[in-house]
Ligand binder design. Structure first.
Ligand code: SF4
Length: 380
């Protein structure tokens, strides 16, 4: 049974050009009714799948949770507290956009029990911030970090992006330096992917987007690893780095292929071996809950074969890799018996290595993750 819960707040004050998340302009949205229906979803979820274990990680993401008023956000957080049994301690993360959290909101987060913030910085370069249509300035990032610490929230993560249109290596290095100079514990850094239904996708189709050559993007990834290592951030996942062991326990739920509840429009969940996706559009999500039904768009009972594939795709993202022992405990089958030739051939190509019962990506494998993962697709 899940020990983690994800709650989605699908409202934003401005839409970023690269974003394909489930989100809507904040203005004129029925926020209060949405919050009431999220609470109803929590209640119905508990009735259908009562928690047998305490919740160890909560992640409130979006969208932009901090685009809600202090009162609205507090109401949502208290709903979580009243419907799910929380472990002590619990890792409780809220996503914060620089500039959309003031002292009052941060003090409320601390008071309710939030102890980790994921701050969407993306880049410190003012021109690039504008090019990707973020609604904050460079100075907002530093201000948000300092205000968060002053409010007593001291486990802070920064989100960064590289491979942005026209981004130079010098701009990327300068962003990394500014990030490392801040009192933060964690960095997540992803390269730009041009996804369908985004402004960048339209621009790309019209030939108006100047994407970086793959080699430069790979060099930026190497620079990321190099600079963060020098600054005492330990890499523990393809895109994630932590100081003092402060990894994202919530995201480890996904990489360990463990179960989690998902609440809110477009949220996904994995409970009792079934993956479910909620309706994304607000009218559909809200209509189902007004009629006291859970707002599922689709449900998929994951067959064992798929569970084993997912275990590999997700687990290999972690730098420590996959434990053969855990694989055996979960499936009563040896990892080498299930993937007999694949592991050997990836090892022969220096993409995987095996040490102390753990199978992990090599440095070369880290750069070619997707190519490695697809080799673990099992025949029907
Ligand atoms: S703030 Fe976040 S969710 Fe909203 S548009 Fe930008 S990236 Fe997407």
């Amino acid at each position: 049974m899940p020990r983690s819960i994800y709650v989605h707040v699908p409202f934003c004050e401005q839409i970023c050009h690269y974003c394909d998340f489930n989100k809507f302009f904040l203005e004129n949205q029925p926020i209060d009714e949405y919050l009431a229906l999220c609470e109803k979803e929590m209640k119905l979820t508990q009735e259908k799948f009562p928690s047998q274990d305490k919740i160890e990680t909560i992640y409130v993401g979006g969208g932009t949770p901090t685009s809600l008023s202090t009162e609205q956000l507090k109401r949502l957080l208290l709903s979580i507290k009243s419907h799910f049994p929380l472990a002590d301690p619990v890792e409780w993360t809220v996503e914060v956009n620089p500039g959309s959290a003031d002292k009052e909101k941060l003090a409320m987060l601390k008071e309710v029990g939030v102890n980790r913030l994921s701050i969407g910085a993306q880049t410190f370069d003012p021109k690039l911030l504008q090019a990707i249509n973020r609604d904050h300035k460079t100075s907002d990032i530093e201000r948000t970090v300092h205000m968060s610490r002053e409010a007593g929230i001291t486990n802070l993560s920064l989100d960064l992006m590289f491979g942005l249109p026209n981004q130079t290596m010098a701009q990327w290095e300068s962003t990394l330096k500014e990030a490392c100079d801040l009192p933060i514990e964690h960095i997540s850094a992803y390269s730009l992917k041009v996804e369908a239904k985004t402004v960048f996708y339209q621009m790309h189709r019209k030939g108006q987007l100047s994407l970086l050559p793959q080699e430069l993007e790979a060099d930026m990834y190497e620079k990321l690893r190099e600079v963060l290592e020098i600054n005492d951030f330990q890499q523990y996942e393809i895109s994630n780095f932590a100081k003092n062991g402060l990894k994202s326990e919530h995201n480890l739920t996904y990489w360990n292929n463990d179960e989690y509840y998902g609440i809110g429009a477009g949220a996904h969940s994995y409970v009792n071996g079934v993956r479910r996706a909620n309706n994304g559009p607000l009218p559909k999500y809200m209509k189902a809950l007004r009629q006291n039904a859970l707002p599922y768009l689709e449900e998929h009972e994951v067959p064992v074969k798929e569970k084993m594939e997912e275990q590999m795709f997700m687990g290999l993202r972690k730098l420590e890799g996959i434990s053969s022992e855990t694989f055996y405990e979960r499936f009563s089958l040896g990892i080498h018996d299930v993937f007999p030739d694949v592991i050997d051939s990836l090892k022969a190509n220096s993409l995987l290595e095996e040490k102390n019962q753990f199978i992990r990506l090599t440095d070369k494998g880290l750069l070619l993750g997707n190519e490695v993962f697809e080799k673990f697709l099992l025949a029907d």
